[in-house]
Design a protein around this ligand. Structure first.
Ligand SMILES: NC(=O)c1ccc[n+]([C@@H]2O[C@H](COP(=O)([O-])OP(=O)(O)OC[C@H]3O[C@@H](n4cnc5c(N)ncnc54)[C@H](O)[C@@H]3O)[C@@H](O)[C@H]2O)c1
Length: 367
């Protein structure tokens, strides 16, 4: 199969869907790979590295879209990319069709085999192609928070690890899922005093067991959140209620009780945010603002700040599925339940029930 790797054109997207290492493993399986010149630049991969790995470097996205049987991307196709898609072509990327009826219709009209990273789902309900980005956002949340606590960044002037004879900084993490656990790991590593809250006792028990008392775990409820928020130097919002907007767990009154120069990083902003004083996503260029003396950070695409790490982490998760589709084409969906759930559009049919329901459109299961 001919696999195409175009450069990403969405604003501020510096990731790329395959690295030279990924290209090399696809070539070993007998496929050929076209890489648009400069596609890897944002993640620090040069054309010469792709060429050395065996890819054919082509000048334009048009050529990639014209010649490839399968287009592998990171972000959902932009209108100019949709125009280049050809009937029957396979498109494997984050699609987020539930939030765009235009894109859904466009893929259906063009009879695209659209596979969405975000709906590939394992038997236990986990989303293997989203988890790597949650891990990165969680780990990054503490790094960003530690930076914003610096005095010259508007923070309280606190070193999270403290110093011998000086108290460590207090990190409060609400939500003990992938983001929360990843944040906790880094905060502990920095030597901070860490508290993790969740409503799920299994998650709390797991963290308690793993960190052997090094992390304080607490059941999440309004009373306890209010008591903990007041003490926190760094508050990290990491909750998720599947299929719903994030609950506003930290009220404006609670934020008012925080110390001047303390920091909030709301990772859950992509689901609307879990902090009442955060009502909008910020950008990597202008990531934080101060409200009630507290520094607020709410970037919705945190992994975009570390594109090289994110590209490698994403490829590590996606490559086995990309290889499966390349090797087996449509037969791949029959033999792999997780991948089949990733199939959103096929031959003009909407093959994902959740996407169909969100647009009031007809759902047709793939057979
Ligand atoms: N900003 C970004 O760049 C970025 C990147 C990745 C993920 N995210 C977002 O981060 C959030 C967390 O993602 P995740 O992968 O860790 O999800 P997850 O499902 O692994 O974990 C969410 C946790 O929240 C807990 N929770 C639900 N209600 C709660 C409550 N009332 N109090 C305390 N805990 C509660 C759940 O029990 C669960 O353990 C999501 O909104 C996700 O979309 C954002």
């Amino acid at each position: 199969m001919v696999i195409g790797i175009p450069g990403e054109i969405k604003t501020n997207e510096n990731r790329v869907s395959a690295t030279p290492a990924g290209v090399s493993s696809l070539l070993i399986r007998g496929h050929s790979v076209l890489v648009q010149s400069g596609a890897g630049e944002g993640s620090g991969f040069l054309d010469s590295e792709y060429a050395e790995a065996g890819a054919e470097i082509v000048d334009t996205a048009q050529e990639v879209f014209r010649r490839a049987d399968m287009i592998v991307k990171v972000k959902e196709p932009q209108p100019s990319e949709c125009e280049m898609l050809r009937e029957g072509q396979i498109l494997f990327t984050y699609l987020h069709l539930a939030s765009s009826v235009e894109l859904t219709k466009s893929l259906l009209e063009r009879k695209i085999t659209g596979i969405a990273y975000e709906t590939v789902q394992l038997d236990d309900g986990s989303l293997p192609l989203l988890i790597p980005m949650s891990r990165i956002a969680g780990r990054l949340s503490v790094q960003v928070g530690a930076d914003l606590l610096l005095k010259y960044k508007g923070g309280r002037g606190i070193l999270l690890g403290g110093s011998p004879g000086v108290e460590a900084g207090k990190v409060l993490i609400i939500g003990a899922g992938t983001v929360g656990e990843s944040a906790a790991r880094i905060a502990v590593g920095l030597g901070a005093k860490v508290t993790v809250m969740d409503i799920n006792p299994v998650k709390l028990a797991w963290i308690d067991e793993l960190y052997q008392g090094r992390i304080n775990t607490l059941y999440s409820n309004e009373y306890e959140i209010a008591a903990q928020v007041r003490k926190a130097d760094l508050l990290i919002g990491a909750v998720l209620v599947p299929g719903a907007k994030a609950p506003k767990l930290v009220s404006e009154d609670m934020v008012r009780t925080m110390k001047n120069g303390s920091v909030i990083v709301d990772v859950a902003i992509d689901q609307g945010g879990s902090i009442e004083t955060i009502d909008r996503a910020t950008t990597h260029e202008n990531p934080s603002y101060v409200k009630h003396g507290v520094v607020h950070y709410s970037v919705a695409n945190m992994p975009g700040a570390v594109p090289r790490t994110s590209t490698k982490a994403l490829e590590g998760a996606t490559l086995p599925y990309i290889a499966l589709v390349a090797d087996k084409k449509l037969v791949a969906f029959g033999g792999n339940k997780a991948l089949k759930l990733g199939l959103n559009t096929y031959n003009g049919m909407l093959t994902n029930d959740a996407v169909a329901a969100s647009h009031g459109m007809k759902y047709t299961p793939f057979k």
